[in-house]
Design a protein around this ligand. Structure first.
Ligand code: KG4
Ligand code: ZN
Length: 337
């Protein structure tokens, strides 16, 4: 079967065609991503109104492109999937309305997909043998959650951030160091040239939850930079990047360790979201899993950031469950999972 999927929750417009065989094995026939990063970089962050307009401009063009690259026509498609929540409301509505119209006019089933479930499902593309149960760590620009996945569609958030998302912290720290938006990947590279010699506070909240707070660590970095500037000391930005990264990664490890201690029957860890591309986090989780005899699954870097292939991957399980929407489908800016 073939699923045509759409993603427009933030600053990437994306359309993909995925092919599933009878055993559920998936092949990505196309995954076109029209990035708006250059547009938003001028403003140092995503401007919602501009994002919606850019989605509206890109979506039909990349739909033709996704069908052409996949070498299929709209008649070959069995179902249409779209990110319906969570995200920027205006941005989501572009994808939802486009997918609704297409599904209605072409008489195809319409499948609403939760964006975070999409990030998790990116792992089924990159790791065909992956099966629940597992614990997923979602680390993106908008979300930071630890999720217990008991079955393909049965999942519970067991920890989350109480303020900033992990990727947001990366981007804000990068921004004050003069890197263009989104600076997460640049900070990742810079951290290799420095040493974690500066002590920044942990983002793992010291209580019995699995929750994080990334605003404190971000503020601590900003204060450090301001104080050093006032003292007219030379700032070693690579050391700041390495120290910030070390603080973030060790915070994630603290709560993941606790998550596995509370769910001893689960032996698999799945990483998801844009920050899953962070090589320091990937290395640290690799070591953590080896030490604790856990299997580690991560998406290939091309499926870490927002893309429609991950939405098609999640939609497959909704299709099997018969979870379809009609033309009353709406978008939700906020939703858990
Ligand atoms: O999942 P995503 O594309 O969008 C959301 O759903 O939010 O994640 C984007 C985030 C941005 O904050 C970006 O800076 C971050 O992922 N990111 C990274 C890296 N690559 C992307 N953060 C740290 N290290 C990276 N290598
Ligand atoms: Zn995302």
């Amino acid at each position: 079967m073939l699923i045509l999927s759409f993603e427009s929750s933030c600053d990437e417009t994306s359309t993909a065609v995925l092919k599933f065989d009878d055993n559920g094995f998936v092949a990505v026939l196309s995954n076109i991503v029209a990035s708006q990063i250059e547009i938003h970089a001028r403003y140092g962050g995503v401007v919602p109104e501009i994002a919606s307009r850019a989605h509206a401009e890109a979506i039909s063009k990349i739909t033709y492109e996704a069908l052409e690259v996949a070498n299929v026509t709209i008649d070959d498609i069995d179902a249409i999937a779209v990110t319906a929540e969570p995200g920027l409301i205006g941005a989501l509505l572009v994808g939802v309305n486009f997918a609704k119209s297409l599904a209605y006019s072409q008489k195809k089933p319409l499948i609403p997909v939760n964006h975070m479930r999409g990030h998790i499902a990116a792992n089924y593309i990159s790791n065909p043998g992956l099966k629940p149960p597992y614990i997923a760590m979602i680390a993106s620009g908008g979300h930071t959650s630890i999720v217990r996945v008991d079955d393909y569609r049965d999942m519970t958030v067991i920890g989350s951030t109480r303020d900033d998302a992990i990727g947001e912290a990366f981007d804000k720290v990068a921004r004050v160091m003069g890197m263009p938006y989104p600076g997460g990947a640049a900070l990742d590279k810079l951290a290799y040239q420095g040493k974690p010699v500066i002590k920044f506070p942990s983002a793992a909240i010291k209580d019995d939850t699995l929750d994080f707070s990334f605003s404190g660590i971000k503020t601590a970095v900003l204060n450090y930079l301001n104080i050093e500037k006032q003292k007219e000391n030379e700032i070693n930005e690579a050391d700041v990047a390495a120290s910030f990264t070390e603080a973030v990664v060790s915070s994630v490890l603290v709560k993941l360790k606790e998550a596995f201690a509370r769910n001893k029957q689960i032996k698999k860890l799945v990483l998801a979201g844009g920050v899953a591309a962070n090589s320091h986090l990937r290395d640290a989780l690799n070591q953590f899993c080896m030490k604790n005899k856990l299997e580690l699954y991560m998406p290939e870097k091309c499926y870490c950031g927002d893309n429609a292939a991950m939405i098609g991957s999640a939609a497959y399980f909704e299709y099997k469950a018969g979870n379809f929407a009609d033309t009353s489908l709406n978008a939700n800016a906020v939703s858990e999972i």
